[in-house]
Design a protein around this ligand. Sequence first.
Ligand code: PPY
Length: 294
Amino acid sequence: MSVSVGYLGPEGSFTEAAANAVLPSHKCYPYATIQACMAAAASDEVDIAVVPLENAIEGSVNMTLDYLIHKQDIPIIGEVTVPIQQHLMVHPDNEHIWKSMNNIYSHPQAIAQCDDFITNTFSHANIHYMNSTSLAAKDISENPDMDGVAIANALAAKKYGLKIVQHHIHDYDNNHTRFVLLSKQEQKEALQPVRHEKEKTTLMITLPSDHSGALHQVLSAFAWRKLNLSKIESRPMKTGIGHYFFIIDVDHAMDDVLIPGVIAELEALGCGVRILGSYPCLLTETVKAKPIPE
Ligand SMILES: O=C(O)C(=O)Cc1ccccc1
């Protein structure tokens, strides 16, 4: 059965590439912002939303995390990590004058991933933050007089007929972004053909106020059960200085014993616990091998 998939558009974004990599045979629909894409999944306009959550160079995509925490409780049903290559591209009319152009357009994460390159090569330029890298590429392609360059991926350059003038301009080689799949349904059928390496559970935890050693006790609840944590991050509760949620990724699927045991222990400490999802870490290159003929 085919499902509908929303992604941060327009076509040619990194998010579209991630969505196509894991759900290649499903229809994908572009949304102008991360929030609009998540809202589409919350209102059942699409079955699954694919949005960026974390980048190896720049850290969390706070927009995504905060929407999940504060706006809509849409479970994480899968994650996929993909390599990210940033390139500098211009309208073909401007191929030979790109160094003198005065405006750089891209998504804030892409701008941040290329900070050294921008500082060294474009210190004179104005930076324009766009909703996505592909929107930046599209705008440049439609406006040769914009006096600008875009930072985006090779797919966007191809799709919008732009000329890549500098390849691989991200500051660190190992540039990866982790995208999450969000859905109100489990979507077992859609995900069943996609191989995965392991499972994770993401929890949002609030500490009891003014309780010394509370975070230490929270971490002990995972430690003595030998549950490995792959991420811990604090995000503001937005209720006052010093009020934080902790978002914790556990390298373990929701089960009947260990994770419920942790949650019960944390609640006994006075913590609030919300499960943001328990989900497979999907592998991109693989759609399940064809069955061997009998
Ligand atoms: O702007 C895009 O193309 C996105 O999909 C968001 C993004 C930006 C930079 C790195 C990874 C994802």
